[in-house]
Design a protein around this ligand. Sequence first.
Ligand code: SAM
Length: 306
Amino acid sequence: MDIAPPKHWSQFWQQGHITTFGAALKDNYEGAIKNFWLEQFQTLPPTTELLDVATGNGALALLAAHYADDHQRDWRINACDLAEINRTGDEHPRIELHSGVPCESLPFKNSRFDFVSSQFGFEYSDKAVSLAEIYRTLKPGGRFAAICHHRDSYTLQESRKEMAIYQQGLEKNNIFRAAIAYYQAEAEGAADTAEKQKGVNYAVNRLRQGNAGNPCCDQMVGAISHAIRSAGTRVQQETIAELVSMNDEFTGAYQRLQDLVSAALNAEDMQGLVVLCRNAGFTGVDLGQVFHAPGQLAGFSLIATR
Ligand SMILES: C[S@@+](CC[C@H](N)C(=O)[O-])C[C@H]1O[C@@H](n2cnc3c(N)ncnc32)[C@H](O)[C@@H]1O
């Protein structure tokens, strides 16, 4: 199956983040999420072939590799993602990372793996096709374990808020495009240069109304301010290039949030996943919820046995 690598995810992983949550979880997953995986790892035999799908830069693969190191396990770990991931990051001899690999078409032979994992991963794909692929690559008796985005989790609540701010900055008020248009007009000596400059101020002020102090808003406004401050000391083309690059970066963040929000599942969707698992051939399927703390949802869990 030919699926193009998503540029906005490749852009993120090339920046070297370990987890999806970037600077907020810069070393690896912690707490309830980490504990969920440690419980899974404890049940695996000393010699195990693992696969982590939609792995990003391999956070979960690294958790497994470190567990294997600490517990003298002979584990081999494959980890793949549709995006162009950063293979020069924190590599580990037990891990083989693969870029450009969709969950829907796994380049591994039948019945190879004892354990397949997915963390905030396979729900981004065509789930029915991916579950059939995961089933195919598992050994009989092998297990698929996943933590999936929950629509009511704190992450999703925050993501929807951030998405709304990016939407205002990038689509409704188009602050970067307004600034690019102004510097282009200035470079060309266009008659409407002053009008375009007013357009930038207007767009930025509209974004700031009610959003000033919000980190997403402040970062976008900060990027525009930086370009404007530097403009006096360089040719317009350099300022335009900086604004284009900033626009790309923020648009990438906005697209990742859009992906995240549309991948998130509710309880009914999870029941649908159970049906998809059974259709793919899985026998036992268990659903659960993972909590950071009482009342603080981290996500749904799914464990399916071939
Ligand atoms: C939220 S990130 C999760 C990354 C990692 N598992 C983690 O927990 O940090 C979602 C990942 O799914 C990947 N992805 C999206 N669609 C995919 C598909 N069809 N097949 C494989 N990976 C996909 C994206 O490239 C992205 O890296």
